[in-house]
Design a protein. Structure first.
Length: 134
């Protein structure tokens, strides 16, 4: 393993332990709990003088790829996000359960992409579809 690979692995581990929180990744009846760092991606930014118009924005979840596996009793295997998969976040601060769906965004209509040259993290593009008091 190269020095760069070790550095990226260390950074991914620190981010997961310090700035992420637990969310549920769900596809149909299958679900897995993972640690996610929250982010966003903007596409179609237009500038008009002092104004900025954003055509599209996604709520992103950045997750270590080694956490995205179904339990072996549920068929097992690596998870690659698919359209309409859900990520469920229970916000302890507000007491709300917020559901996001994986959806394609941007000109390439991608739903996810690797984050980092070593592919140790995956950035999943979503849109919020519901918010419920818990």
């Amino acid at each position: 393993m190269s020095m760069l690979s070790r550095g990226q692995a260390h950074l991914a581990s620190r981010m997961a332990s310090k700035v992420s929180r637990s969310v549920t990744y769900k596809r149909g009846a299958l679900e897995v709990t993972v640690n996610a760092t929250f982010g966003r991606t903007e596409w179609g930014v237009e500038r008009e003088g002092d104004r900025v118009n954003i055509a599209s924005e996604s709520r992103d979840f950045v997750i270590n790829t080694d956490e995205l596996f179904w339990d072996a009793v549920d068929g097992g295997g690596e998870i690659r996000p698919e359209r309409l998969d859900q990520i469920i976040d229970v916000d302890a601060t507000t007491g709300k359960t917020i559901t996001f769906e994986v959806m394609p965004f941007g000109p390439t209509r991608q739903m996810w992409r690797y984050s980092g040259s070593q592919r140790q993290r995956i950035r999943i593009h979503t849109k919020q579809v519901s918010e419920v008091e818990t």
